[in-house]
Design a protein around this ligand. Structure first.
Ligand code: XMP
Length: 524
């Protein structure tokens, strides 16, 4: 199964080589905000493995390693021979200095946080700055460049970095020790803009409209007029926007398969189909009711990974059986986002599995389908912007994420119809109250979890021995890290009262106040 539809491939682009910095994703995003398409690739990629035809510039990201130690990630020095401008950021600067003949010194102490730079050369990268201007920038480094490589000049200095920026105007290689991509470097965008437009000669060619137009054309070019395309629709933002985009390209040759696995929230399957139909988005939806199959396969299973694997497998079986009924299917659409990709692949290869996400690379080779993943390089807010451009209503675009394995990972322990009923009712109350308070769209997720714990209570004059519901509400940018959300006490009181009074079988409600890391958002 390969990716044929290479999005952005015929668009000018900037490659960001990822050396593992927590800010790499921000670099790519800032570049796109400036109107140039950019994508991130692992630093271990060799030039020969990549199509560099439309690459206008390369940015080397920051990273946690030291270029002068043995744990430095492998790097193909041929990236410096691509004849395009290169910008090194933090680790990327040290790497440039090290590889091109300068000297990097291992620091005895770290320079971390705000620093004041003095601009010593206000041309090129610092065009628009005053000579000797003091500029606030965000630093996070231990090592620093001690001696410039041949052909380079110093462009800025700071108390912790004698060379805070350097450049070689002959080769158009520039490097900065600070992070221009974070908000703590107030003029960082100007520096990136100088690099992209004045130095690399990029054009502003990236916009939601442009991306949609290009993607439609690429999909039409790669899917033969007689072929069909399938898509797993979940009703969530990513799969809906992906489906609407692909439907614009191939019309009702796109078959959207919506599997009701019996693990959805209250009335969700019918609501999703109704909502998507009501907005005239032109989707050809096949609704498959498979609740019994999923629940019988999950019967007696309590181990989280086993549950996830069963759900992934059964999903594929059900999906495949439906897909077999459609003739000449050649492509599969997935709404995979960049954070899904990096949670599955680390800089140096596969990372340890924390949780199996069945929507990434989960569909079997045996289906022999080519993948269409239009959003593989994008973040959720960028996909929402595309969705808005495609005319998808906010009611759908603002939906909180919902995991593929659904309520099975929120019913801790065995998944039974009765335990699902309890969770669904409690969840409905919590979300209803969150919405009434106007908080729904300010939270990344808000949901309930049914714990495998019974506790003693008292109701009327009698002793109860019943189930426990945990409330989970988090704030997050992309699901990779998250903070537990402060909810008003009055709201918590109302939710707790309502759940205990209205949901038969629950006598205790608790609040989850753990952040990710070290906890995860879902409990399983
Ligand atoms: P965790 O629990 O790993 O979740 O902190 C991070 C985000 O991912 C969602 N999630 C999933 N989404 N398939 C999905 O599509 C899955 O298997 C899955 N597991 C977790 C979770 O809801 C949170 O937003």
């Amino acid at each position: 199964m390969g990716r044929v539809v290479a999005f952005g491939s015929s668009m000018q682009r900037v490659l960001v080589l990822d050396f593992g910095s927590q800010y790499t994703q921000l670099i790519a995003r800032r570049v796109r905000e400036l109107g140039v398409y950019s994508e991130i690739i692992p630093c271990t990629k060799r030039v020969s493995e990549h199509d560099t035809a439309d690459v206008k510039a390369i940015i080397l990201s920051g990273g946690p390693a030291s270029v002068v130690s043995s744990d430095a990630p492998p790097f193909d020095v041929n990236w410096f021979d691509c004849k395009v401008p290169v910008l090194g950021v933090c680790y990327g600067m040290q790497l440039m200095a090290h590889v091109l003949g300068g000297k990097v010194e291992q620091g005895s102490s770290r320079e971390y946080g705000y620093a004041t730079l003095t601009v010593t050369d206000n041309t090129a990268l610092f065009a628009g700055f005053e000579k000797s201007e003091k500029v606030t920038a965000w630093m996070s480094h231990g090592d620093h460049v001690q001696a410039l490589p041949p052909g380079f000049t110093r462009l800025a200095e700071s108390p912790g970095a004698p060379v805070a920026a350097m450049g070689n105007s002959q080769r158009n290689f520039y490097a900065i020790q600070f992070h221009p991509e974070v908000v703590h470097t107030p003029r960082g965008k100007e520096i990136l803009s100088n690099f992209l437009f004045a130095i690399a000669g990029c054009e502003k060619s990236w916009s939601p409209e442009g991306f949609i137009e290009q993607s439609i054309k690429q999909i039409q070019d790669s899917v033969a007029p007689s072929s069909n395309v399938i898509c797993g629709l979940s009703g969530g933002v990513d799969s809906t926007v992906a489906a609407v985009l692909v439907a614009r390209a191939v019309g009702d040759r796109l078959h959207c398969i919506f599997v009701d696995n019996g693990l959805l929230r209250r009335d969700e399957a019918s609501k999703v189909v109704e909502r998507l139909g009501a907005h005239g988005l032109g989707l050809n939806i096949h609704l498959i009711k498979a609740e019994e199959k999923f629940l019988s396969e999950l019967s007696g299973v309590t181990e989280p990974e086993e549950k996830r694997k069963i759900i992934g497998r059964v999903f594929i079986e059900v999906f495949d059986a439906e897909a077999q009924k459609i003739s000449k299917v050649t492509h599969l659409v997935q709404g995979t986002l960049y954070p899904d990709v990096i949670e599955s692949v680390s800089v140096r290869g596969p990372s340890a599995t924390i949780k199996t996400h069945h929507n990434v690379g989960g569909l079997p080779e045996k289906m022999q389908l080519k993948l269409i993943e239009p959003f593989r390089e994008l973040f959720k807010d960028e996909v929402r912007a595309l969705g808005r451009q495609l005319g998808i209503p906010d009611e759908i675009l603002q939906r909180q994420p919902f995991p593929g394995p659904g309520l099975a990972v929120r019913v801790l322990g065995e998944v039974t119809p009765e335990r699902l009923r309890i969770l669904r009712e409690a969840d409905h109350i919590f979300v209803e109250e969150i919405k009434a308070e106007g908080l729904y769209e300010t939270l990344w997720q808000s949901f309930t979890v049914l714990l495998p714990v019974k506790s003693v209570g008292v109701m009327g004059d009698g002793r109860t021995y019943e189930q426990t519901i945990a409330l989970r509400a988090v704030q997050s940018e992309d699901g990779m890290t998250a903070d537990w959300a402060y909810l008003p006490q009055e709201l918590l009181r109302r939710v707790s009262n309502r759940i205990i009074n209205e949901v038969k079988g629950v006598n205790r409600v608790v609040l989850d106040i753990s952040s990710k890391p070290p906890a995860t958002i879902e409990w399983e």
